[in-house]
Design a protein around this ligand. Structure first.
Ligand code: C2O
Ligand code: CU
Ligand code: CU
Length: 433
């Protein structure tokens, strides 16, 4: 066997998960009852995956954030029939990052993700090796997949979206972290690294700590920021990832603080419940190595606007029944945009205000690339958006310019990552040749 080639086996399967005390719900998982294993790879590594579908329905396995050819991307063209196995192979050609994987079948992405199909895909490289930051998995480096669900009185977590959920994206009233309800985490009395994934179908979070403590964002969707960004509140729309450093060394063993969603003007007005508790963090007796917040994390080569070969407009529109990109809804048989291999392009993404409601924010996602944000309404992006991104929240009336180079061939999707919107066709296809 090639020492540089890692092989992973995943089986999408039905399971049972205890959601309410002593009551199990039907759930879906990869190799287990809910969610999937953390896949860990290194830059430069060759990866082979054997993905078996043991569900009753077709599924796909999409690598969200991974720069690979279209045939390995796992979009809606790569359907895996029940009983079949899909075997993508690719080489990791991007820096250390916290990515994720999830299904991507037309019209059933929302249901399959909601019922449990999702997992993390973590890339390490020389930069992540050499940084003096917490990196002991499960000790001071914790992945947190945060999701909201609706659990009925019988303890079932079935996907049953209401009319509002279909129009605005599902908002659940219970919160699961890594597939567990009422979650808590014991953290050492020291510096901790949290790898956050907003794995929710429709909810945008504003993460804060209940003691108002500040923390530092060190990574975005596609890898490390150049410098840590200090903050007390972090906004994350569906599918976005962030790595943060939190220093618990001033807290006492046994102290409990909460990770909360502070809500905001962005919360969906119909069910705006204000602040909600997501999970409890309990400081343990354990102290760890002492860490400082690093001054510099990495160096990011910036794309040059002058190098852009093409500029494209992407107009997101609609609230309610009709959700479009450039006035179209998804058609599997239509390629919407043709991109030349190795071209650098600027995409101008506008969230068009429509109707009397004034619209709603849409998290815009591109497959197959990581991009850089040039500006929001002509203003430079926030400091924590100056890293690699693959998903960006576009507010009503706002125009965001992003830039990237298309280095992989094949057919790829771009879409709103509110999964109900994606399933409703707020998605298009680009082909790189
Ligand atoms: Cu998270 Cu089209 O994907
Ligand atoms: Cu994706
Ligand atoms: Cu949307």
């Amino acid at each position: 066997p090639d020492p540089n080639r890692a092989e992973f086996h995943l089986t999408a399967q039905k399971g049972k998960t205890e959601i309410l005390d002593g009551i199990e719900s039907d759930t879906l998982g990869y190799n287990g009852n809910i969610l999937g294993p953390v896949i860990r790879v290194r830059e430069g590594e060759k990866v082979a995956v054997k993905m078996k579908n043991s569900l009753d329905d077709p599924t796909t396995l999409h690598w969200h954030g991974l720069r690979v050819d279209g045939e390995n991307d796992g979009g809606p063209h790569s359907g895996i029939m029940p009983g079949d196995t899909w075997e993508p192979e690719f080489t990791i050609e991007q820096p250390a990052a916290t990515l994720w994987y999830h299904p991507h079948m037309m019209q059933s992405t929302a249901k399959q993700v909601y019922e449990g199909l999702a997992g993390l895909f973590i890339i390490e490289d020389e930069v992540s090796d050499s940084l003096a930051i917490p990196k002991e998995y499960g000790v001071n480096d914790f992945p947190l997949i945060i999701q909201d669900k609706n659990i009925d009185k019988d303890g079932n977590m079935k996907y049953e979206p209401g009319m509002n959920d279909i129009m605005m994206g599902l908002y659940g009233s219970s919160f699961l972290v890594n597939g567990a309800i009422n979650p808590f985490l014991e953290v050492p009395q020291g510096m901790v690294r949290l790898r956050l994934l907003n794995g929710s179908n429709g909810r945008t979070y504003h993460f804060e700590l209940s003691n108002g403590q500040k923390f530092y964002q060190i990574a975005t969707d596609g890898g490390f920021l150049e410098k840590p960004v200090e903050m007390t509140s972090l906004q994350m729309s569906p599918a976005e990832r962030a790595e943060i450093l939190v220093d618990f060394s001033e807290l006492k063993p046994g102290e409990r603080i909460k990770l909360i969603d502070s809500g905001s003007e962005l919360s969906r007005t119909v069910t705006d419940e204000g602040a909600v508790e997501l999970m409890e963090l309990i400081v343990s007796e354990e102290s760890t190595e002492v860490y400082e917040i690093p001054e510099q994390l990495t160096k990011i080569d910036r794309y040059d606007v002058e190098q852009a070969n093409v500029t494209r407009d992407m107009v997101l529109a609609g609230v309610g029944a009709t959700l479009t990109i450039n006035d179209k809804t998804m058609d599997m048989t239509r390629i919407d945009e043709e991109v030349k291999l190795n071209d650098t392009e600027i995409w101008v993404v506008t969230n068009q205000r429509t109707g009397t409601q004034g619209g709603m924010p849409h998290p815009f996602h591109l497959h197959g690339v990581q991009f850089q944000v040039l500006d929001r309404d002509g203003n430079p992006p926030a400091e924590n958006e100056t890293g690699w991104k693959d998903t960006i929240l576009v507010h009503p009336g706002e125009t965001i310019r992003i830039i990237t180079k298309f280095e992989h061939i094949g057919i790829f999707m771009y879409h709103c990552h509110i999964l109900e919107h994606e399933d409703a066709g707020m998605m298009g296809q680009y082909e790189v040749k």
